[in-house]
Design a protein around this ligand. Structure first.
Ligand code: MTE
Ligand code: MO
Length: 438
């Protein structure tokens, strides 16, 4: 497993101004010693150093706070707890499985998947942020400010699971290029917003509408303003589901800047890539959307299974829809020791894209036998489901705990890898952890 973890010195070593902007939203002008640290950036740095910074106005730009610079452990992104940084240009970070144990994923433990450079949001007045609804099949195109969305439509709060289409990519062989996610590009916070459906209906969806897509305020990593980093969408029927939200809140707080402040889409159960952050436009299209990362090899898999390593032409690739059935063991932590004679509580979450998880089983004998686990209903449709099991180890030694979910149609997670595909999407193999019993 290759893991590209980056320390804070390495990050600042590359480009101080960029590191400042990335971590704190601090704008440092070349040739000037001053860095302007305000608002959410100042709050982020204060949180990272553990106290308010009375003399922040005198702090030079490009300076790594000593509290972080003198710590030998790997630094974490401000506002995040223990995430593994896979890439910092753009920023991508995943959550170790044992840190995803909460029923509702807290902001500091939600993975970050950026395709481009996020907009600077600290000077934004969220209420005046505009979201335009347009497109060939939009009958009454119009712009809503966030305030108009909040005042003009019913509010809904739902727990919705978000998983990157590339989660689990690291296990594919031959390797697929892209962020080498292991198991941590998934989370399930509570989102608050209005139904996408209600807004689309206000604007009028023509009979020939096929797709609903987003455009956003982030910029392409190349800096080329004519390019968008990502602009994806879903078929109209998915956009019109009651759980598809235009959200401004996460766990009762405004969206964090990294997660799309001030407003984003949340389309539960599908590849996270359709849940556009920093939302600026919604397009009702009369065709399958053709924005950035809709075509070629992006978020697409071979329509028919292929042998590992096969090159597949664009026209033989199909767009990913619902994510497959999957589960995670969030307790105990892999590698932990247990005392012989004590029953271990094992628990985690399970989800199945558009479907519900019907059954959950675990094994401690490498899949020779499976035991039924207790599985809860989702709190609402498209939320992950809590499961737990009591495991009794027959003698001291090394064990693996394997977990396997089965969806409402009887489809279960594969124990080994699912179909290889060129970009390494949809790996829903069973999660397994190591436990030693002494
Ligand atoms: N505007 C915009 N929206 C975006 C992205 C992005 O790079 N830009 N990344 C997408 C991808 S690929 C995923 S998996 C999710 C990740 O959401 P998160 O970073 O809030 O966890 O956001 C999606 N929405
Ligand atoms: Mo993603």
């Amino acid at each position: 497993m290759t893991e590209k973890a980056r320390g804070i010195h390495e990050l600042y070593g590359d480009d101080r101004a960029r590191a400042d902007r990335l971590l704190w939203g601090r704008v440092t002008h070349p040739g000037s010693r001053r860095g302007f640290l305000r608002g959410s950036g100042l709050a982020a740095m204060s949180a990272a150093v553990g106290a308010a910074i009375p003399f922040a106005q005198w702090m030079p730009g490009g300076l790594i706070p000593a509290a972080l610079a003198q710590r030998s452990d790997q630094f974490s992104i401000p506002g995040k707890d223990g995430l593994r940084v896979l890439n910092d240009r753009p920023l991508n970070a995943e959550t170790p499985a044992h840190l995803l144990d909460d029923a509702v994923t807290p902001a500091e433990r939600l993975f970050v998947r950026n395709n481009g450079t996020p907009p600077l949001t600290e000077n934004i007045d969220p209420l005046y942020w505009g979201v335009e609804v347009a497109g060939e099949s939009c009958i009454r195109p119009q712009v809503f400010t966030l305030r108009e969305l909040q005042e003009g439509f019913d509010h809904h709060s739902l727990q919705l699971q978000l998983e990157c289409g590339g989660n689990g990519r690291v296990e594919f062989h031959p390797p697929a290029r892209g962020n080498q996610w292991s198991t941590g590009a998934v989370g399930c916070p509570v989102w608050t917003g209005v139904r996408l459906k209600d807004v689309l209906e206000r604007c009028g969806v023509a009979d020939d509408a096929v797709y609903v897509a987003y455009e956003a305020a982030d910029r392409h990593v190349s800096g080329d303003a004519s390019k968008q980093p990502i602009s994806r969408g879903v078929p109209v029927r998915k956009a019109m589901e009651e759980e598809s939200l235009i959200a401004w809140g996460m766990n009762g707080e405004p969206l964090p800047p990294l997660h799309g402040f001030p407003v984003r889409l949340v389309i539960g159960g599908w590849s996270g890539s359709v849940s556009g952050k920093w939302l600026t436009r919604i397009l009702i299209r009369d065709r399958v959307h053709d924005g950035a990362k809709m075509g070629g090899q992006s978020y697409r898999v071979p329509c028919e299974p292929v042998a590992p390593g096969t090159e597949v032409a664009g026209e033989d690739m199909c767009i990913i829809g619902s994510m497959p059935v999957k589960s995670l063991i969030t307790h105990p932590k892999s590698g932990d020791c247990r005392t012989y004679g004590q029953i271990a509580e094992v628990r985690g979450h399970a989800w199945a894209g558009d479907l519900e998880v019907a059954r959950m089983v675990t094994s401690i004998d490498f899949g020779a036998t499976w035991q039924r686990a207790d599985l809860k209903k989702p709190v609402n449709r498209l939320a992950w489901q809590r499961w737990s099991a009591a495991v009794d180890f027959p003698q001291p030694g090394y064990y693996e705990i394997w977990a396997r979910a089965v969806d409402a149609r009887g489809v279960s997670q594969p124990v080994v890898l699912p179909n290889w595909n060129p970009r390494g999407y949809l790996n829903n193999a069973c999660h397994r952890i190591a436990v030693s019993v002494a």
